[in-house]
Ligand binder design. Structure first.
Ligand SMILES: Cc1cc2nc3c(=O)[nH]c(=O)nc-3n(C[C@H](O)[C@H](O)[C@H](O)COP(=O)(O)OP(=O)(O)OC[C@H]3O[C@@H](n4cnc5c(N)ncnc54)[C@H](O)[C@@H]3O)c2cc1C
Length: 290
């Protein structure tokens, strides 16, 4: 049994926000794959929960009139993997979601929960960084938009204000159209392991030229991160030069630490190697000539 004081099942987003305002100590639960573990571990023992699990308006994917792709934060990983809009426009996110846990976790865990727990290892986060995702946060004062890069404040800390929910993840058409992408997860084993390092690369190609490059990592610092200097140096160069240089450039920009999973030096090695491998796959997917 779980050590809970109460669980309130919200009937709408506004109902959930009202419940959080009435009880500021209450914890939001979506799929529960993190929250329930923390209750079991005693870190949230005796807590009161506000469940958003039954809110269909927060799940699913759609295109708006401007071609922007909206992802409901309550969409579970399995549905991200299978969704035709994701497969067609941002297959990198399907790749990242497919890398999470096992089938049970992918059926319960949500992309919104993956961001809101603030973990640098979150598999979907680095792809959403590369895609310049914009988050909608809705609270008692209404809604506001925040780039995903500004959402992360530190390990386990995100920019949600009291009473706020993540209600939308949006990727503008200009941030996916014409890009090829690749997410590579390095973990100590293939199944059910948190990333030792996650690498997301987006590329636009014209013939042999790498027109635009975006590189993002998880576990390369306290929060997911992009490599803007590497991106600026290699965008507009020949693919063959970019492939040769990318490893050294990303290693200058990231700052992984040593942990029981891997040393800093090992992560630096993997980051360079996987950036080059992911670049090649992204470039080919974008129609580039290698
Ligand atoms: C066995 C196992 C294996 C795992 N493997 C991986 C893995 O390989 N890769 C990986 O990235 N993760 C992994 N995880 C972690 C976990 O599955 C993910 O972080 C998941 O995405 C969390 O989503 P959830 O809906 O279950 O979140 P919950 O547990 O419901 O919530 C997580 C946090 O986010 C908050 N929250 C959730 N949704 C919202 C919202 N819409 N608005 C505001 N706050 C919100 C909650 O209050 C809580 O703080 C694993 C977990 C387990 C138990």
């Amino acid at each position: 049994m779980f050590d809970l004081e109460a669980i309130y099942r919200a009937a709408s987003v506004q109902d959930a926000i009202a419940a959080l305002v009435a009880d500021p100590e209450a914890v939001v639960i979506a799929g529960g794959t993190d929250v329930l573990i923390r209750i079991r571990e005693g870190k949230l023992a005796g807590c009161r929960l506000v469940s958003i699990h039954d809110l269909p308006e927060l799940a699913g994917c759609r295109l708006d009139a401007a071609g922007a792709l909206h992802i409901g934060p309550l969409t579970c990983f399995r549905d991200i993997v299978d969704h035709p809009l994701v497969q067609r426009h941002i297959p990198i996110l399907a790749q990242a979601a497919a890398a999470v846990g096992g089938p049970q976790i992918r059926a319960m865990g949500t992309v919104g929960g993956n961001l809101c727990n603030g973990a640098t290892s979150a598999d979907t986060a680095s792809s959403l960084f590369a895609l310049n995702a914009v988050l909608t946060l809705t609270g008692p004062q209404g809604s506001r938009q925040l780039p995903v890069a500004e959402f992360y404040l530190g390990p386990g800390q995100v920019a949600l204000q009291p009473g706020e929910l993540l209600t939308d993840i949006c990727i503008a058409q200009a941030d996916y159209q014409g890009f090829g992408g690749c997410y590579l997860k390095y973990a100590m084993r293939n199944a059910m392991d948190i990333a030792t390092l996650g690498t997301a690369v987006l590329a636009r190609a014209h013939g042999a030229a790498l027109m635009e490059l975006r590189v993002a990592f998880g576990v390369a610092g306290p929060v997911p991160m992009r490599c803007p200097q590497c991106e600026a140096a290699l965008s507009g160069t020949l693919f063959r030069d970019a492939e040769r240089l990318i490893a050294g450039l990303v290693r200058e920009e990231i700052h992984p630490r040593s942990s029981w999973r891997a040393s800093r030096e090992f992560r630096l090695q993997v980051a360079g190697e996987n950036a080059a491998r992911a670049l090649r796959q992204a470039f080919i997917q974008a129609g580039g000539e290698v």
